[in-house]
Write a protein that binds this ligand. Structure first.
Ligand code: KG4
Ligand code: ZN
Length: 369
C-alpha cells in the first residue's frame, strides 16, 4: 500500500478547495481495466497506465464481476504508483483526484472509489466522482483540446451506443441510442458465435482485414435513414442463422468473410447515423469515442466521409478509446473548472445514467431505408 501523508483535518472540516494549478490524478475501475493517469493543469497527459484483466476473464468468454473486483484490488496500488512515477510526481504534488463512480460493476467501482476516497482524505485534496460516459466523451478533447463546441458525439462502447449534441456549456442532449444491444456488445456476441477469442471487438477487427465484406451480406438496421435509433439484435440473429446453414468446414473457410461482413453491417450503420445526426443538428463537428471507436474499419469510413463532407472529426488515438483514466481525469478537471470543490460524499453509482443529459425527443423523419 502506498503511504500518503495522513492529513489531520477532521471529518467535519471544510471540503478542500482544489489548487487548479496542480495536476489531477484519474482512477478508473468500472469494468475490467484498472487504470490511473495524471493530467497537467493544461490538460496534457503526463501518464496513462492501464492494467488489463483479459488474462483473468478470457477463459470465461466475458467479464466475471467477482474476479474483476479482486483483480482491481490486487492491481490498483501498483497502477497508481506507476502513473505517478511516469509523471515524475509524488502524491503531494496532486491537486485533486477524479474517480469513476458509475455506471459499471458494483464491486469493481467500489475498489476505485474506496481507494480514491482514502487517498483524497489522506492528502486533504478534493475528490470528484465522474460518470464513465462523460469520461468517454471528454476523451475527444484529450488529443484535440481545440475541438469545437457545439458538436455531435457518438459514444460506442460495450454498454452504450448513444448520439449526443454537446453544447458550449458542456451539457449533452441525447439525440438517439440503441433499442437493444450496444455496438460493442454486438461485436462481442458475434465474436463468441464465431468462436473467436475475448475481447471480441478486436478479434473481429483483426480477422475482418483478411476477409471480403461483400461476400456474405448482413442486414443493416436503419429504421428510417434519418432516424437516430440503433438496433443490433437482428444482426446477431442473422449471424446465428447464417452459421447454422454452414457446415463446420465452410464455417472455418469463410471465417474472415463472416467477420468482415458482420463488422461492415455494424460500422456502416454507425457512420450513417452519426452523419444523420450532423444533418439534423446542422453541425459540422463530430466526435466518436468509446471502445468501438478503436475499430480500424470504422475509423477509415469516418475519416473518408468527414473529409468528403468537410466535417471536423475527433477520433482519439486507440489508447484513449478503450477504458482509461486519462479521460476520467480530464472530465474531472472540467468539472473542477466550474466548481473547485470536490464532493465530500462520492459513492458508487453502478447504474448511473448520464446526469447532464436530457432527451431531445428527436425521432427522425421521412422515408424508410
Ligand atoms: O469503452 P470500452 O473499453 O468499455 C466500455 O465502456 O464498455 O469498450 C469496450 C468495447 C468492447 O465491446 C470491445 O469489444 C469493443 O469496445 N472494442 C472494439 C475494438 N476494440 C474494443 N470493437 C471493435 N473493434 C475494435 N478494435
Ligand atoms: Zn468504457
Amino acid at each position: 500500500m502506498l503511504s500518503p501523508m495522513i492529513h489531520p483535518h477532521p471529518l467535519e472540516s471544510p471540503i478542500p478547495v482544489t489548487d487548479l494549478q496542480k495536476p489531477v490524478l484519474g482512477i478508473e475501475s468500472s469494468c475490467d481495466e484498472t487504470a490511473a493517469a495524471v493530467l497537467a493543469r493544461d490538460g496534457s497527459v503526463l501518464s496513462n497506465v492501464v492494467a488489463s484483466q483479459t488474462a483473468v476473464h478470457e477463459k470465461f468468454g466475458g467479464v466475471v464481476p467477482e474476479l474483476a473486483a479482486r483483480a482491481h484490488i490486487s492491481q490498483i496500488n501498483e497502477v497508481v504508483r506507476d502513473a505517478l512515477i511516469q509523471a515524475r510526481l509524488s502524491m503531494n504534488d496532486l491537486g485533486a483526484i477524479a474517480v469513476t463512480q458509475g455506471p459499471g460493476l458494483a464491486g469493481a467501482l467500489l475498489v476505485g472509489v474506496t481507494y480514491a476516497k482514502a487517498l483524497s482524505y489522506g492528502l486533504g485534496i478534493p475528490l470528484i466522482g465522474v460518470n464513465h460516459l462523460e469520461g468517454h466523451i471528454a476523451s475527444a478533447w484529450l488529443a484535440d483540446p481545440t475541438f469545437p463546441l457545439p458538436c455531435v458525439v457518438l459514444v460506442v462502447s460495450g454498454g452504450h451506443t448513444h448520439l449526443y449534441r454537446k453544447e458550449r456549456t458542456g451539457q449533452c442532449l441525447l439525440l438517439g441510442c440503441t433499442r437493444d444491444d450496444a455496438a460493442g456488445e454486438a461485436f462481442d456476441k458475434g465474436a463468441q458465435m464465431l468462436g473467436l477469442e475475448f475481447p471480441g471487438g478486436q478479434a473481429i477487427d483483426r480477422l475482418a482485414r483478411q476477409g471480403d465484406a461483400k461476400a456474405i451480406p448482413f442486414p443493416r438496421f436503419h429504421q428510417r435513414k434519418t432516424s437516430l435509433e440503433f438496433s443490433f439484435s437482428g444482426l446477431k440473429t442473422s449471424l446465428l442463422y447464417t452459421l447454422r446453414k454452414m457446415n463446420d468446414h465452410t464455417q472455418r473457410e469463410k471465417m474472415a468473410d463472416l467477420a468482415a461482413g458482420y463488422q461492415e453491417a455494424i460500422v456502416q450503420v454507425l457512420v450513417t447515423k452519426a452523419f444523420a445526426a450532423l444533418a439534423h443538428t446542422e453541425l459540422s463537428a463530430l466526435a466518436v469515442v468509446g471502445g468501438v471507436s478503436a475499430n480500424s474499419r470504422l475509423r477509415v469510413l469516418l475519416a473518408e466521409r468527414a473529409e468528403r463532407e468537410g466535417v471536423r472529426l475527433a477520433l482519439p488515438p486507440s489508447i484513449y478509446c478503450t477504458d482509461n483514466a486519462a479521460m476520467i481525469a480530464l472530465a474531472g478537471q472540467q468539472m473542477l473548472m466550474n466548481d473547485s470543490q470536490g464532493g465530500r460524499h462520492v459513492d458508487i453509482q453502478p447504474s448511473l445514467q448520464q446526469s447532464v443529459v436530457r432527451q431531445s425527443g428527436y425521432q427522425g423523419e421521412s422515408a424508410h431505408s
